[in-house]
Write a new protein. Structure first.
Length: 262
């Protein structure tokens, strides 16, 4: 049986990525599929892109990868300019040219991986969502292209891992995040195991792996590089709370559950 490591949402957190890759190597897994969002939020997007290009067999497009290096991007800020400036020559073009999805057979199941939703990398599907959103994940769109409809859909984007199965065995799962996981901030990745490229039903599995890492080293790197929005990054890496909650926390307001946020 083949094992495939699925990683997503590294977001410039090189320290977490290196720890996760070391764990993948220790398990003897050689195939790594990346579901996108290499850059932004964290300080070392350039190094993360280089490492993922070298190590990942499949690299998919994320929302940050699409909009951050977009030459026609209208919205801008000091932080976005800083993260964009961290990219190396040609990296922006490489990111924007990544595939939207990756489809394959595993133990008789058609698996589809993408970053955020079946239509666009810029629309989020959370753990708390409508039934129609769940069913739409398994449809072909202009973004995914034609072909066999998937039985299993895996995605990232929300930094918020979960697994769900319903309606004729259709299964969706979220990989969580390597570099910026919510709730429990410990880096997280998935392992898919089964008979790769086989349309014959056979055993298959999804496993989640948490990998502790040196968060102090990552935060020290962000400070040394003068990364903007450091307080928000520290909140996410230390406590697994979204940086948008920083003002609420400073004001002493109750922290809203991440699942319920829009």
């Amino acid at each position: 049986m083949e094992r495939i490591a699925l990683i997503s949402d590294v977001h410039g957190n090189l320290t977490a990525l290196e720890a996760v890759l070391a764990d993948i190597d220790r398990r003897g897994i050689t195939r790594i599929f990346n579901l996108g969002d290499y850059v932004g939020k964290g300080p070392r997007g350039r190094e993360v892109v280089d490492l993922c290009r070298a190590r990942c067999e499949v690299n998919l497009l994320g929302n940050w990868d699409d909009f951050l290096p977009d030459p026609d991007r209208s919205f801008d800020s000091e932080a976005l300019q800083w993260w964009l400036a961290q990219l190396g020559p040609g990296q922006g073009e490489w990111l924007r040219g990544l595939a939207f999805n990756h489809d394959f057979w595993l133990s008789g199941r058609r698996v589809r991986l993408f970053h955020a939703s079946e239509e666009t990398v810029h629309r989020r599907v959370r753990y708390v969502r409508s039934q129609s959103e769940f069913e739409a994940l398994f449809t072909n769109t202009a973004a995914t292209g034609d072909g066999p409809a998937p039985d299993v859909v895996g995605y990232g984007d929300t930094h918020d891992p979960f697994y769900e199965c319903q309606l004729e065995g259709r299964t969706s799962f979220n990989t969580g995040s390597v570099g910026n996981c919510m709730g429990d901030p410990t880096p997280l990745y998935c392992i898919l195991e089964g008979e790769l490229d086989s349309q014959e039903p056979s055993p298959w599995s999804i496993a989640y792996v948490r990998v502790p890492y040196d968060v102090e080293a990552e935060l020290a790197a962000a400070r040394a590089l003068g990364m903007p929005q450091y307080d928000g990054y520290e909140l996410e890496l230390r406590r697994g709370l979204y940086r948008g909650q920083l003002d609420e926390i400073r004001a002493g307001e109750p922290v809203t559950g991440y699942h319920e946020r829009n």
